[in-house]
Design a protein around this ligand. Structure first.
Ligand SMILES: [Zn+2]
Length: 272
């Protein structure tokens, strides 16, 4: 666990590791889990409703990612980030089971990597798989990172809090977002929804003082899945919960299907 940019969630002071405990100078302490991650959700014991992916969704996501169906997104992300050189401090917001961050770390071990997700199960899986990455259970609305500390922040399909990203980014640092484009998994969406509502798939650019879009690429690829994998992929999408059982059964019985991957990668720079 690297703590160079991790702040104390209670008092915002710098932190360090002391005997498997994350500590700040004001003696707030948080124990490291045996898998090596740290839980910095302050309200973790309360009844506050905390959203995260279900175990079922998480397993489906892990299977689909490990089989490489989204590898083209991972490769493109690695190319963009590695073009910024080395010695960068990089944060994956909504790191999930750690697929993209793990691939990125393996492609460039000269950076410092942090993954944050509200799902403890996801973070647990991710930190078991790669000890070179510092994994944190936390929320994107209160990032447990110091001001002006990160060179690169990215999010793949996860919501970000732009105020928090700007606070944590260094001047000239980069923010990268990967979002679904118009035809992303369109074949599946057509089965689920009779009419696809246009506003569902419009990618909105980030408009924020000091944040400038410096690059934008579209990744488009077709993937073919058999019945089992198709249903697993369906389960990892937000469409799954909105789908009536009759349509779920229909999808379960499809033997093979080709789906379009269509995503937009936007690269922004913080110029203040
Ligand atoms: Zn503290």
């Amino acid at each position: 666990m690297n703590t160079s940019i991790i702040k104390c969630p209670t008092c915002n002071a710098k932190t360090m590791i002391d005997n498997k405990t994350l500590k700040c100078e004001n003696n707030h302490s948080f124990d490291l889990a045996k898998q090596g991650y740290i839980n910095l959700l302050i309200n973790k014991g309360s009844k506050t409703k905390i959203h995260g992916d279900s175990k079922e969704m998480l397993n489906a996501r892990k299977l689909i990612l490990e089989k490489g169906y989204y590898q083209t997104i991972s490769n493109n992300l690695n190319n963009i980030i590695n073009s910024f050189g080395k010695n960068n401090r990089i944060i994956d917001i909504g790191s999930g089971v750690g697929y993209y961050l793990d691939n990125l770390e393996k492609s460039n071990q000269k950076n410092e990597y942090y993954g944050i997700d509200i799902s403890k199960d996801g973070i647990k899986e991710a930190s078991k798989a790669n000890k070179a990455i510092s994994y944190i259970v936390g929320t994107n609305n209160q990032l447990p990172f110091l001001d002006n500390s990160a060179d690169i922040i990215y999010s793949i399909f996860s919501p970000i809090n732009i105020d928090e990203c700007v606070r944590v980014l260094k001047g000239k640092g980069h923010l990268i977002t990967v979002s679904p484009n118009q035809n992303h998994l369109g074949e599946l969406k057509k089965l689920v929804y009779e009419v696809i509502i246009e506003k569902d798939y419009l990618v909105n650019d980030i408009v924020y003082e000091g944040i400038k879009k410096v690059d934008s690429i579209i990744i488009k690829e077709e993937i073919t899945l058999n019945d089992f994998d198709l249903y697993q992929l369906f389960m990892m999408t937000p469409h799954y919960f909105k789908t009536p059982i009759i349509v779920k059964d229909k999808i379960k019985n499809i033997e093979k299907m080709t789906l379009t991957i269509d995503v937009v990668v936007n690269v922004y720079q913080y110029l203040l």
